[in-house]
Design a protein around this ligand. Structure first.
Ligand SMILES: Nc1ncnc2c1ncn2[C@@H]1O[C@H](COP(=O)(O)OP(=O)(O)O)[C@@H](O)[C@H]1O
Ligand SMILES: [Mg+2]
Length: 225
């Protein structure tokens, strides 16, 4: 599904403050893989995820998603990727607190032009899939951290993506909610979803069959079981 070849990302290129956030990263992801990337704060995890999502362009190297050369793709093609193939859960979730869980989940669909009735139906079924159907009409800012995280997962899944990317998905969760979110990811993976999470949570990372580490922008495979 994914081939990253010698991908580097430098910020502030040519300035004294230049940062090498990602250094010659190589990554192969097959359909159905469940991968964690662990590293301390500032090691390049979000940079890697943003590149995989097509939100950020590498400084050098190539990135293929299926047969698309993402480094050469137009913004339109990259938007299409995020609309149809890649679901993303960003570090701060990006949910609208005053809107209900269901409204948040349906937003990508209605923006994409789906009729409201159809969007609401699809949204409800995804909320059910992530185990929070009963919270559909609650406003997001009335929900707990664990519940919000599930709304963010539901929104990432609502367009039937084949790849789910999650940035520190357990970052705001206690150990019980962490374990239950990992149960959900496991179930999604068992149903065919390819998943990549970046995290500094070792307990979460230990639950994925494939794990990588990233330190100072250097990505390394640690385990494949
Ligand atoms: N937009 C940016 N401009 C300049 N430096 C950045 C930017 N984004 C990230 N960095 C730097 O790149 C490095 C990796 O950051 P990041 O990928 O956010 O790490 P992590 O997600 O592992 O905490 C850090 O040194 C960070 O300060
Ligand atoms: Mg980060």
């Amino acid at each position: 599904m994914i081939t990253l070849k010698d991908v580097s990302k430098n910020y502030n290129v040519g300035k004294q403050t230049e940062v090498r956030a990602l250094r010659d990263a190589n990554l192969e992801v097959a359909d159905g893989d469940f991968i964690s990337v662990t590293g301390p704060s500032g090691s390049g995890k979000s940079t890697l995820l943003h590149i995989l999502a097509g939100l950020d362009a590498p400084t050098s190297g190539t990135y293929f998603f299926k047969d698309i050369d993402v480094t050469k793709a137009s913004d339109k093609v990259k938007c299409g990727l995020r609309n149809r193939q890649i679901g993303i859960i960003l570090q701060d979730f990006g949910l609208l607190g005053d809107d209900t869980a269901l409204e948040n989940v349906c937003l990508p669909l209605t923006i994409g032009g789906m009729r409201r009735k159809q969007a609401l139906e699809r949204g409800k079924s995804v909320l059910e899939q992530v185990g929070i159907a009963e919270l559909a009409e609650k406003r997001v800012n009335q929900l707990s951290g664990g519940q919000r995280q599930r709304v963010a997962v539901a929104r990432a899944l609502v367009q039937n993506a084949s790849l789910l990317l999650a940035d520190e998905p357990t970052g705001a969760l206690d150990s019980r909610n962490t374990s239950s979110l990992m149960d959900l990811f496991e179930a999604l993976n068992a149903s065919g979803m390819t998943i990549i999470i970046v995290t500094h949570n070792i307990a979460a990372a230990q639950r994925t069959p494939i794990s990588y580490s990233i330190i100072d922008g250097v990505l390394r495979q640690e385990r494949r079981t």
